[in-house]
Design a protein around this ligand. Structure first.
Ligand code: FMN
Ligand code: SF4
Length: 417
């Protein structure tokens, strides 16, 4: 049976500027049902469904929602719409084409954890998304879906939009809190975790856009329905960001665990350029390269972890055999050196040294010990950096060197022409 999109069902169908059209397409049915069943039942559903966060770290959403629900006093919900991972564009499509769904997801989350204030932190370059989300929030205030005594259920909520200023690190949850608080986006040491002390040092539930919109169909259809998609340890519908050398790049919604082959050849229409698959970068710049031998791998969090790869934020970037892999690695190395915030030494210095060595590799001017030094630098960053940026800055480079057969004597990757 062919898969019917759930998360993107309204994309391209609904008028993204119209609340009434959103309601005509099933909008706010989930919120009404959520209010009928109450916060504890919502949290049970999210927990039983085993929703894993779609922002990259795959943390179980139910654990976060329950932890914040159990805290007392002022608390916050934050939608992470910074979408700064290279190759990721799923949240943008949702915010531009179905913005009310994110607002509804935030309202359900706030109701579940009993927060009265929420923020949607949107990547600053996403002008249309910012406009549409703000319009959706304004319309919801006018219609009584936001503000005091929402739908007569006795709870209140205010949502504010905040714009990112273009720093990759501000997608990291604690740097994002700093940014909302008006400070420089430096990550915080954890613990304490955001569920205890997050935004303004209050309990905070932060989720990715895709995670939040998962709650809409989930609340309506229940955990068994949700777990009917994909493997039991990594279930649900999934948004994949398909890009690079494929005939039909774009956003693909498919069940979690869809084979990589189906994404590239069925949804993507096959490989362009040389026509032969050279490799795939999974999970973005912070992710890992895989070779064509992995083309049948199931694209879910657990399976990819087993093969030393990552689903991350759903990036599937396809390279044909004519790709300039040295140039690709150079761009990745420059990206991390530029985006490192400099708070901790392993990453501040490691991303610079990595960039210098990859520059020499790209120029065929590697020095004798460069590849050994690069490995040591990479391991140090991975093990000793304090946040995910430094911990993942070497992944793509390591997997490309190991898996694509880089040969220092010839300066070539065997896998590429
Ligand atoms: C450098 C860096 C950048 C990140 N960027 C994003 C981002 O743009 N969007 C996002 O949702 N999560 C991003 N994350 C992950 C967040 O820190 C956090 O795990 C996520 O917002 C939690 O939501 P989830 O549980 O729904 O995945 C980033 C993490 C790191 C280390
Ligand atoms: S790992 Fe990098 S980005 Fe993260 S705190 Fe350290 S220097 Fe900053």
């Amino acid at each position: 049976m062919s898969y019917q999109p759930v998360l993107t069902a309204r994309v391209g169908v609904v008028d993204p500027t119209s609340l009434s059209d959103y309601e005509a397409h099933g909008g706010f049915e989930a919120l009404r049902h959520a209010i009928d069943i109450g916060p504890d039942a919502i949290i049970d559903i999210v927990t039983q469904a085993h929703v894993l966060g779609r922002g990259g770290a795959a943390f179980p959403a139910g654990i976060k929602w329950k932890a914040v629900n159990e805290e007392s006093g002022p608390k916050y919900v934050v939608a992470n719409a910074d979408e700064s991972e290279p190759g990721t564009f799923k949240d943008r499509v949702i915010m531009e084409q179905d913005p009310f769904s994110l607002v509804e997801g935030v309202i359900i989350a706030a109701y579940a954890v009993m927060a009265e204030k929420a923020y949607i932190y949107i990547r600053g370059e996403y002008g249309l998304a910012i406009e549409r989300i703000q319009n959706a929030i304004d319309a919801c205030f006018q219609a009584g879906f936001l503000g005091e005594d929402i739908l007569g259920a006795g709870f209140k909520l205010d949502i504010e939009v905040r714009k990112g200023a273009g720093a990759y690190i501000c997608g990291e949850e604690t740097a994002l809190f700093e940014s909302i608080e008006g400070k420089r986006g430096y990550p915080r040491l954890k613990p304490p975790f955001p569920t205890q002390s997050g935004l303004f040092a209050r309990p905070t539930m932060i989720n990715n856009v895709e995670t939040l919109i998962n709650s809409l169909p989930l609340v309506l259809h229940g955990p068994d329905w949700y777990r009917s998609f994909g493997p039991s340890d990594s279930p649900g519908p999934k948004l994949y960001c398909l890009s690079g050398r494929v005939r039909n790049p774009g956003l693909v919604e498919a069940p979690m665990g869809t084979p990589l082959h189906d994404l590239i050849y069925e949804h993507g229409g096959g490989v362009t350029g040389s026509g032969e698959l050279g490799g795939v970068l999974l999970g973005g710049a912070a992710g890992m390269f895989v070779t064509p031998e992995y083309v049948d791998v199931f694209m879910d969090f657990a399976t990819l972890r087993e093969i030393d790869a990552a689903l991350g934020s759903g990036v599937v970037m396809v390279f044909d055999t004519s790709a300039d892999m040295k140039g690709v690695l150079k761009r990745i190395a420059h990206f991390f050196a530029h985006e490192s915030c400099g708070k901790c030494y392993p990453c501040q210095l490691g991303t610079q040294r990595q960039m210098e060595i990859i520059d020499r590799l790209a120029a065929n001017k590697l020095r004798h010990w460069d590849l050994i030094t690069l490995r040591h630098v990479g391991e140090t960053m991975t093990d000793a950096s304090i946040c995910g940026l430094g911990q993942t800055a070497h992944h793509a480079i390591r997997t490309a060197l190991d898996r694509f057969g880089y040969e220092a004597s010839t300066g070539q990757f065997y896998a590429f022409e």
